[in-house]
Design a protein around this ligand. Structure first.
Ligand SMILES: Cc1ncc(COP(=O)(O)O)c(C=O)c1O
Ligand SMILES: N[C@@H](CCCC[NH3+])C(=O)O
Length: 430
């Protein structure tokens, strides 16, 4: 069952009408479904159950502490990419030995913090980083558990801004120098070389690029072993896509992805890590928003909503599509119309949709931007003096505010904001 569904003409998150959440919390706000998150983590765990694999949720997709607590409570680990994410994962109760630290520009301070926390693995992306990590580890008197991220030079066939495994991308060590770097790492006293890591991109809907990349890594493992390098671990990254259009073909499920893993690298005797982010969180969240005005222009009609590009950047940044559903289902036979759905920010790019077929929305109507659980709230900012929006986690017929709307006191830099901006004044017309 999809956990965002219509019941009695109203869009619900599990058993909670989104109208109830909007009234209690105000809009815009993010709403997450515990049931969907749970189902997705379990789907990966079940698909990989016969493989020696750990699932490390890429928290860059959704760093809400309650979401992290839920996901790690189901046994998953976490893939972090900064000292901030590391601190947040630990604060959410993620055991350090289930944390993998990725990222192309980790500072010495971040590397030191990861070593002191005792993380499972640090994925090193360049020779200078390897040298820095060696020095930090020796200074701390430890050996850093390292996987070296290689760039397999495979086209992930996804949006150009989110492909990471092509030679021209900044990520990983070039394929041609990989062997030399491994040989070098083996001689370093601060480095405990564990294996190979890769990640080819995000929102990947075709398994062929994964297959090609994993086969390349398989070849590399054979070469490394011939060089006398022990390869005990393989970190295959994340990247499995999700459906953003209701009518789309469904992307390959975790079982099909696991089958590719099994077929390509399953017999290498390596402990595996996968780092799904979007596939776990994407369809577990919506951004709930209210129409402020309907503006009938001469050539187009605009639904101006209270969410904006600062709350959900994906349409402005990648021209990404998010389905938009009215929270009150239109009655049968209601004619649709074409609307541009835009936010209040002073940029023409603050456009969620152009010429979208929607029921005739009016001011005050609630709409949900679907599939906003990944790369939604985490990428939000306060552009145009708009405070970050609350986040709500639904669990059956209950919901919890898991990130509250900042109060006047929280916004030290904006402390003179009037209360109405923070929704502390009830709107007289509602
Ligand atoms: C190293 C690494 N691991 C995991 C992920 C998560 O990717 P996705 O959300 O597409 O699963 C990313 C982001 O693309 C990444 O850079
Ligand atoms: N933020 C991107 C994905 C980047 C993936 C992180 N490496 C998105 O919304 O699709």
């Amino acid at each position: 069952m999809h956990h965002f569904h219509y019941r009695d003409g109203t869009l619900h998150a599990e058993a909670v009408p989104l109208t109830t959440i909007a009234e209690a919390v105000g809009t815009p706000c993010y709403v997450y479904s515990s049931a969907t998150l749970t189902r997705h983590v379990r789907a990966f765990a079940d698909a990989f159950a016969d493989l020696d694999a750990r699932i490390c949720f890429a928290m860059k997709a959704n760093g809400n502490k309650a979401v992290l607590r839920l996901v790690t409570g189901l046994g998953a680990g976490v893939d972090v990419v900064s000292g901030g994410e590391l601190a947040l994962a630990l604060a959410a109760g993620a055991p350090a030995d289930r944390i993998v630290f990725s990222g192309v520009g980790k500072t010495e301070a971040e590397l030191g913090a990861a070593l002191q926390a005792g993380v499972h693995q640090i994925n090193v992306e360049s020779e200078p980083e390897l040298e820095a990590l060696d020095a930090v580890a020796q200074h701390l008197g430890v050996r850093a558990p390292v996987a070296i991220r290689v760039n397999p030079d495979v086209d992930a066939a996804t949006h150009a801004k989110i492909t990471t495994g092509k030679a021209e991308n900044k990520f990983g060590i070039e394929w041609t120098s990989a062997r030399a770097v491994f040989r070098r790492a083996r001689t370093m006293d601060g480095i405990a070389l564990k294996g190979v890591a890769l990640h080819i991109g995000s929102q990947i809907l075709d398994l062929a690029p994964f297959e090609a990349a994993f086969l390349r890594v398989r070849d590399l493992v054979a070469l490394l072993r011939a060089d006398g390098v022990a390869v005990e671990r393989l970190d295959l990254g994340g990247g499995l896509g999700v459906p953003y259009h209701a009518g789309d073909e469904t992307p390959p499920p975790p079982t099909a992805y696991a089958e590719v893993v099994r077929r390509t690298v399953g017999d290498l005797g390596c402990a595996l890590t996968i780092e799904p982010g979007r596939a776990i969180a994407g369809n577990a969240g919506v951004l709930l928003s209210r129409v402020i005005y309907l503006k009938e222009g001469i050539t187009r009609a605009f639904a101006i909503v209270d969410a904006a590009m600062n709350d959900l950047m994906r349409p402005a940044l990648y021209d990404a599509w998010h389905d938009i559903r009215p929270v009150r289902a239109p009655s049968a036979g209601t004619e649709t119309r074409l609307l541009d759905v835009v936010g209040p920010v002073c940029e023409s790019g603050d456009t969620f949709a152009r010429d979208r077929t929607l029921p005739p929305l009016v001011a005050g109507d609630l709409v949900a931007f679907m599939t906003a659980g990944a790369y939604g709230a985490v990428m939000a900012n306060q552009y145009n003096g708009r405070p970050l929006v609350p986040e709500v986690l639904v669990d059956g017929d209950r919901f919890h505010v898991v990130r509250r709307r900042p109060s006047l006191d929280d916004l030290a830099a904006l402390e003179d904001l009037p209360p109405w901006l923070l929704r502390e004044w009830p709107c007289p017309r509602r």
